[in-house]
Design a binder for this molecule. Structure first.
Ligand SMILES: NC(=O)c1ccc[n+]([C@@H]2O[C@H](COP(=O)([O-])OP(=O)(O)OC[C@H]3O[C@@H](n4cnc5c(N)ncnc54)[C@H](O)[C@@H]3O)[C@@H](O)[C@H]2O)c1
Ligand SMILES: O=c1ccn([C@@H]2O[C@H](COP(=O)(O)OP(=O)(O)O[C@H]3O[C@H](CO)[C@@H](O)[C@H](O)[C@H]3O)[C@@H](O)[C@H]2O)c(=O)[nH]1
Length: 456
């Protein structure tokens, strides 16, 4: 099939590369000319495991092309995917102006009937609005046919995006049109060969499904984080509780890891968007309101722990931060817990030494002034970042942090304190190396007194 994908971000690029890999011809469009120029040179503008290889192979095979704008050369396409951003507006609603702008461009450009797919996460009713724009423009141009708009929300996770797309749990097709459904099923057939995982439903239901999936997962996280703070007070290790409840298949092991809060470009904004949809219909969603509040509080957990150890003396301290992206496997720092901690530490006058395997450049770009005055330093080696640090805050559970050289760490640091925002370490093990360990809902295991001498 001839496919156009508009928006070359995390979702658009993965979608385009995976469809091209199955033999389709895919034209990718992005308004960001630098992004397109990089892609044309064979470079991926995002870090996502496996994406570079797929982009290169399919570009060389001529199945994948990159364009800075929707032009006449793209006026015929079987299927057009809209994968542009839907960022939060000030009132919390999803700003769908990029989607509507693309719809208006498509209405003028497309010369033959296409299936236009809303891949972006967008509020209930958006696909119908896109349909209305396209219908109006087709009518104005005197064309005797219509485009068909489908909602096909995306469920990929950053860091595992290619695998999620190639082996989806489910594919949600929101359409009331039998022809559009048939073509979409054909497109996805290679991805569901062994198991039919396609669920077809009305467009509004598909749009709602996406929001409910994300907000439910966020609810699980905030719930366990709330439980973790009670565990701290009751002297119970939340890790024991997690294993205990996860063994019940009705609860399951996924998304019940306590930590320093969820981040990323999806959960925070999608919760706010659903809350806004409710407000528009004069309804409150107290559970989701609490989920968001809990997460805000949770993002402040690393700072609260640092204050617990150092109090007002934090200003004169140096804090090492391991993990800057909102989760492992990505360079995405949107709404990452690291942002909150760095903001607070910089405001407090603390020196920050940070390391992340891939997100360091993005953080440096986000804090040019702090980098210029040397208050925020980024390192390409995690151990160098620990030099003379008064504490380590671990915020993202990259695999390379799981079994570090604790002895070397203790030597390098001015004081052996670990603020373990992802519960990566066994308190007894790090305690044996002389560290004071503070985990989320973990039992504190203080190091033997002589080893703790360094902690002021
Ligand atoms: N990132 C994820 O993990 C993920 C997963 C599922 C769904 N989603 C949803 O998918 C959508 C896209 O997310 P993303 O993370 O890929 O966003 P992104 O910000 O990484 O990429 C969006 C791209 O669209 C481009 N763009 C904006 N307006 C354009 C226009 N008029 N013409 C051409 N290009 C334009 C931007 O330049 C940018 O490159 C959002 O609605 C998001 O909620 C994201
Ligand atoms: O038990 C857990 C699981 C996750 N997280 C945090 O939750 C956030 C989101 O993680 P994850 O869901 O793995 O990443 P995303 O790439 O944001 O993916 C979510 O958001 C996407 C965008 O809508 C959806 O497509 C995916 O299905 C959905 O999982 C991260 O900060 C994680 O650290 C926890 O704190 N505890």
């Amino acid at each position: 099939m001839q496919i156009t994908v508009i928006g070359c971000g995390y979702v658009g690029l993965v979608t385009a590369a995976c469809f091209a890999e199955m033999g389709n011809r895919v034209a990718c469009v992005d308004a960001d000319e630098e992004r397109i120029a990089a892609l044309q040179r064979g470079m991926s503008p995002i870090y996502e495991p496996g994406i570079e290889g797929l982009l290169q192979t399919n570009r060389r095979a001529g199945r994948l092309t990159f364009h800075p704008q929707l032009g006449p050369g793209l006026s015929h396409s079987d299927i057009v995917f809209i994968a542009v951003g839907t960022p939060p507006a000030l009132d919390g609603s999803a700003d769908i102006s990029q989607i509507l702008g693309v719809a208006a461009q498509l209405g003028v450009l497309l010369d033959s009937p296409s299936i236009v797919v809303c891949k972006s996460t967008a509020p209930v009713g958006t696909a119908c609005r896109v349909q209305a724009i396209l219908d109006q423009l087709c009518q104005r141009r005197g064309l005797g046919w219509q485009h068909r708009v489908v909602s096909n929300p995306e469920f990929l996770k950053e860091g595992a995006a290619i695998d999620d797309f190639m082996r989806p749990d489910r594919i949600i097709l929101g359409t009331e049109d039998a022809d559009a459904e048939r073509t979409m099923r054909q497109l996805y057939e290679p991805f569901v060969r062994n198991h039919d995982r396609i669920l077809c439903m009305p467009r509004r239901a598909a749009e709602m499904t996406k929001y409910v999936a994300n907000t439910f997962l966020a609810t699980k996280i905030s719930f366990i984080n709330e439980v973790a703070s009670l565990c701290e007070l009751l002297g119970v290790d939340v890790e024991e509780v997690r294993k205990g409840i996860g063994a019940d298949p009705r609860i399951g092991h996924h998304f019940i890891y306590a930590g320093c809060g969820y981040g990323g470009s999806c959960f925070p904004k999608d919760i706010r968007a659903l809350l806004h949809m409710a407000r528009e219909h004069d309804t409150e969603l107290p559970i989701l309101t609490a989920v968001e509040q809990r997460n805000q509080a949770q993002k402040g957990w690393p700072l609260r722990m640092l204050r617990k150890v150092y109090g007002e003396r934090l200003a004169g301290c140096t804090v090492a931060v391991w993990g800057l992206s909102f989760k492992p496997g990505t360079d995405d720092i949107r709404d990452a817990p690291s942002r909150e901690l760095i903001d607070e530490l910089l405001a407090a006058g603390t020196m920050v030494k940070a390391f992340d395997p891939v997100a360091g450049d993005n953080i440096a770009r986000a804090y040019p002034a702090a980098v210029a005055r040397g208050q925020l330093q980024l390192f390409s080696d995690p151990y160098v970042a620990l030099n003379q640090a008064d504490a380590l805050a671990l915020l993202t559970e990259w695999k390379q942090f799981r079994q570090p050289d604790f002895a070397l760490m203790a030597q390098l640091m001015r004081a052996p304190v670990i603020i373990d925002g992802r519960n990566q370490y066994d308190p007894a093990v790090v305690g044996a190396h002389g560290f004071r360990h503070l985990g989320v809902g973990r039992l504190p295991v203080d190091a033997p007194a002589p080893l703790l001498r360094k902690v002021v």
